[in-house]
Design a protein around this ligand. Structure first.
Ligand SMILES: Nc1ncnc2c1ncn2[C@@H]1O[C@H](COP(=O)(O)OP(=O)(O)OP(=O)(O)O)[C@@H](O)[C@H]1O
Length: 324
């Protein structure tokens, strides 16, 4: 190469680098259009000198208006994530944003407000959701009273409580106390309580865990109603396969990270008009390029420690290591 051609080559590669850097700068920030953004979330618990990494760099995006399920084996980190999103616990590292709030940067006042106004939650233990000495209607009105605000009159709060109980199809038991209600009725009232202040996100941790399958179906229908009628974004942690297969998106957590995701679509056959649901499983690719391959795939091909990769035009091939 002559000196001139060397200079041209250097300049063009510099221009190339600059163009790439500019393109990188202009790329939207991770999760810019999501209502919930978890970015490399870490939560380490230390008890008696023993450290447990409950979340190990978890990434999750949830868009406004979604109704989605989180599944995973016991101990995978689901409740830890829900407690962080609920503003009850703080991550050790990473970032979490919900409806524009940075969950790591909230002071105690802001945190209280966040829990009252931005998120609503429904827990598995029916007794944890409701105050035993208040009626169903009083339970639903309580979060509105705690929020305060002089513009909403007592009558309007009572009216909204009645509307929410009606939406959850439990108007008839409005004057009963929790112990006079069935488990299913208690959970519906609990959903109404969680919706009282019109939260951006409704979080539910195993809300059907203590219920039989028929009642669980009805509770799930109540969540769907809240999602469709009020547009509330809903995240449900569940062990219940029936619930998980009813939502469009199910995200699986494994060892404190999101590992796979199932998306379901309803398709209508153009000639017969018949509806069918197709589902497809995806593996999550994190921002460092890490991918968790399903254990049954790696076991089937005896893949361990090291695999060979090959970039093709439209896919990446993964082969067992044949160097051993
Ligand atoms: N407060 C805590 N102190 C110490 N370790 C904890 C604490 N909370 C959770 N862990 C540990 O963190 C890990 C994840 O727990 P987590 O409750 O989030 O799992 P999970 O997926 O919700 O499980 P399950 O389905 O059984 O409720 C577990 O190993 C658990 O023992």
């Amino acid at each position: 190469m002559t000196p001139d051609t060397t200079r041209t080559a250097t300049m063009s590669s510099l221009a190339d680098l600059e163009a790439r850097a500019a393109a990188h700068r202009d790329r939207p920030v991770y999760g810019h259009d999501a209502l919930i953004t978890c970015d490399r979330l870490v939560r380490i618990f230390s008890t008696d000198g023993v450290e447990v990494q409950a979340l190990q760099g978890l990434d999750l995006l949830v868009r406004e208006g979604e109704l989605m399920a989180l599944v995973g084996a016991s101990g995978s980190g689901k409740s830890t994530l829900m407690n962080i999103l609920a503003g009850l616990d703080e991550p050790t590292a990473g970032s979490a944003r919900v409806a524009g709030r940075d969950l790591l940067a909230m002071g105690s006042k802001e945190r209280l407000r966040y829990r009252r106004e931005v998120v609503g939650f429904v827990w598995q233990q029916t007794a944890r959701n409701l105050l035993p000495y208040l009626t169903a209607a009083q339970n639903v009105a309580l979060p509105m009273q705690l929020k305060g605000g002089r513009r909403t009159t007592r009558a309007r709060k009572a009216e909204r409580a009645a509307e929410l109980l009606e939406l959850m199809a439990v108007s008839d038991i409005r004057d009963r106390r929790p112990q006079q209600l069935s488990g299913g009725q208690q959970q519906r009232v609990a959903i109404a309580v969680a919706l009282a202040n019109n939260p951006s996100v409704l979080l539910a941790d195993e809300p059907t865990g203590e219920l039989d399958s028929h009642t669980a179906e009805q509770i799930f229908a109540a969540f769907r109603t809240a999602n469709e009628e009020l547009g509330t974004t809903i995240v449900i942690v569940t062990h219940d396969q029936a619930v998980a297969s009813e939502v469009r998106r199910t995200v699986a957590i494994r060892d404190g990270r999101t590992s796979t995701e199932v998306l379901r679509r309803t398709e209508v056959d153009a000639s017969t008009g018949q509806e069918s649901v197709t589902s497809r499983e995806y593996a999550m690719l994190d921002r460092a390029g890490r991918l968790q391959l399903p254990a049954e795939y790696t076991a089937a091909l005896e893949m361990r420690d090291r695999v060979a990769l090959e970039l093709e035009r439209d896919h990446i091939g993964v082969w067992p290591d044949d160097e051993n």
